[in-house]
Design a protein around this ligand. Structure first.
Ligand code: GLY
Length: 388
């Protein structure tokens, strides 16, 4: 990793302290919940008691406990650990609603139970994460060489939808291979990553969100615009999933092709981001108006860029690292709320560009924005444990 200047070190320390000061209070208030967003009063909602789809099987339910573990590991304050452990127990119910689960079991259990096990050695947590890994492995299509993202009700014309987000789920399989001392999980993860490289990453380093694949051969049926602006545009969170996901595949396997892919996607991201002064929109090719931002994409991309910077030549190191710091400073300046007036840390996260949905899910609070921003600052503070 590139070294921070003295001034930036001070900035990082201040941001970390502001997050901790706020979140001590917010964690105590919400320690029996699994939040996703906030209500009109700025209070966290609760997916543990929420209604479908924002219920116990909602794909983001690992981020709150993961966020709490980041803060616990960085401060050793018990309130964070308590909130993380409570959420992990609540999540057990999702295992029983088996038919509501999907490939996002990586997001749900790798940074909740998986991190608990890796930090504390909790055996029950290890089992939870291994159950999740087995569930994910069982979704592998051996003829097509991919992990099925969603369930049968999402298929079109008999083709399975496979999404770029999956790159963040497969670290659970790399971990399971190590724990079981069994390369099956890793081989499935690598076969999937190879397919995504072939089917989702475009020549110019931008990416498709959704590609429909044949379950018989793995051949591409067609690409879809998904949560981005339109077919062929550049959904920024998809780019972020790919940047961080491919560098993680490199870290876990040592395969250069994954690092090269992470850099290729990162280069496209940085080129586009530099056009908007590193303030990240929902889609790099969306119209000027309305202004829709996505701090979740920004923060996740920053995490990936920081990791890439650890595996580069001196020149490239600075390039990726500086881009990450610029992105984080834009969030700090314009989107972070360090007060306790609202439970969320970041504003201006956006779910998707779905015309007809009005303002819903746009420029708002989303838990994984808070998670990735905190993870990025945690990395810059010099904490070493990799959560993925
Ligand atoms: N994984 C779904 C999303 O990024 O919105």
């Amino acid at each position: 990793m590139y070294n921070l200047t003295e001034q930036d070190k001070q900035w990082v320390n201040e941001v970390w302290d502001k997050i901790d000061k706020k979140m001590c209070i917010v964690a105590e208030k919400n320690k029996h919940k699994i939040p996703y967003t906030v209500d009109e009063n700025g209070d966290f909602d609760d997916c543990a008691t929420g209604k479908f789809p924002y219920d116990i099987s909602w794909w983001t339910n690992g981020f709150w406990p993961g966020y709490m573990w980041l803060l616990y590991n960085g401060t050793k304050k018990n309130v964070y650990r308590e909130a993380a452990e409570n959420a992990e127990e609540l999540l057990d119910k999702a295992f029983l609603e088996y038919d509501h689960l999907h490939h996002d079991v990586g997001f749900m259990w790798h940074i909740s139970a998986g991190v608990n096990y890796r930090l504390t050695g909790n055996e029950k947590s290890k089992l939870r994460a291994l159950y999740a890994a087995d569930f994910l492995a069982a979704r592998f299509n051996i003829a097509g060489n991919y992990i099925r993202s969603w369930n049968a009700d999402s298929d079109t014309d008999g083709y399975n939808k496979v999404i770029i987000d999956s790159m963040m789920n497969i670290p659970l399989l790399y971990w399971a291979s190590e724990v079981h001392n069994d390369t099956r999980y890793k081989k499935m993860a690598m076969a999937h990553a190879d397919t995504i490289m072939r089917t989702h990453i475009r020549e110019d380093g931008t990416s498709h969100h959704i590609v429909e694949l044949s379950p018989e051969t793995g051949e591409v049926y067609k690409a879809l615009g998904g949560q981005g602006y339109e077919l062929g545009s550049t959904w920024t969170r998809g780019q972020a999933w790919a940047i961080y996901g491919f560098v993680l595949s490199y870290i876990h396997t040592g395969e250069e092709k994954y690092l090269m892919t992470a850099k290729k996607v990162a280069n496209a991201f940085i080129a586009c981001a530099s056009q908007s002064d590193f303030i990240i929109p929902l889609d790099f090719r969306q119209p000027e108006e309305p202004k829709i931002y996505d701090t979740t994409a920004a923060a996740c991309a920053a995490c990936g860029l920081i990791e890439i910077s650890k595996y580069c030549s001196e020149f490239d190191k600075k390039n990726y690292f500086d881009a990450a710091v610029k992105i984080l400073k834009r969030i700090d300046d314009g989107a972070a709320d360090y007060t306790t007036d609202n439970d969320n840390l970041l504003n201006y996260g956006s779910e998707a560009y779905y015309p007809g949905r009005g303002e819903a899910g746009l420029n708002t609070a989303i838990i994984y924005g808070d998670y990735y921003y905190t993870e990025a600052i945690y990395k810059l503070k010099g904490f070493k444990e990799l959560f993925w």
